[in-house]
Write a protein that binds this ligand. Structure first.
Ligand SMILES: [Zn+2]
Length: 223
């Protein structure tokens, strides 16, 4: 039995349509590639398989239970639904974004991870792993994604794309944009030769400073 609010579910469906169009506009996917989802209580709202994002309406967004049972779906849910569900279970996130973005795919085919080329990578939990190649839609891909995202909020899927997660869709989506930007920046740096990479100690220092400043904001901000 689920305890999800129908108004919240409708809002999630509308939000998924709006972010699907951003996915195209920001170059994170083409056509109907990639997929995004939002968890509302025990229900996951996810983009359908095979409908172009430009034609998507809120009623087309599929609803599935945490075990994958389809609850209300005029369309077939995304082929990567098992991967989304596995990431929710492993991370406790409330939104998942799966992109087919070019910089990330190019890196995935050539490198074992995205190293710390810029301190903002701490926003993803540190250097981002490239998970081994597994066929789209397979249980193996869901497993590889979960292993790769452990301790992070992003994972790159070799010869495929990337997955990011967050406490809401805005955060998961911003992380997808950040990941693509970092991959782009790393490729530019490689064109000069072997770039300098931030050490774990330097990243720890950044993470500690961010925590300290957040504490300050909470202390000084409105109640
Ligand atoms: Zn995909």
């Amino acid at each position: 039995m689920d305890h999800s609010d129908p108004d919240e579910i409708w809002a999630a469906r509308a939000q998924l349509v709006s972010y699907s169009n951003r996915l195209l506009a920001d170059g994170l996917a083409v056509g109907s590639a990639g997929n995004i989802s939002v968890r509302v209580g025990d229900v996951v709202a996810i983009t359908p398989s095979g409908i172009s994002y430009t034609e998507l309406r809120p009623a087309d967004i599929c609803l599935v239970a945490r075990d994958g049972t389809e609850l209300a779906s005029a369309e077939a849910p995304s082929t990567e639904t098992p991967m989304h569900l596995a990431v929710y279970t492993a991370t406790g996130a409330a939104a998942v974004v799966h992109t087919h973005s070019p910089e990330v795919i190019a890196l995935s085919a050539s490198r074992p991870e995205l190293p710390a080329i810029h301190y903002q990578i701490t926003g993803l939990g540190g250097p981002v792993r490239v998970a081994p190649y597994r066929r789209f839609g397979s249980a193996g891909l869901a497993e590889a994604a979960v292993e790769g995202i452990a301790g992070r909020s992003a994972v790159i899927l070799r010869n495929h794309g990337a997955v990011t997660c967050g406490r809401d869709l805005a955060q998961a989506y911003d992380r997808a944009l950040l990941l693509e930007w970092l991959a782009h920046t790393y490729r530019m740096a490689l064109s000069y030769g072997e770039p300098a990479i931030l050490s774990p100690a330097e990243l720890d220092e950044v993470a500690a400073e961010i925590r300290r400043r957040r504490y300050g904001e909470r202390r000084c901000g409105p109640a």
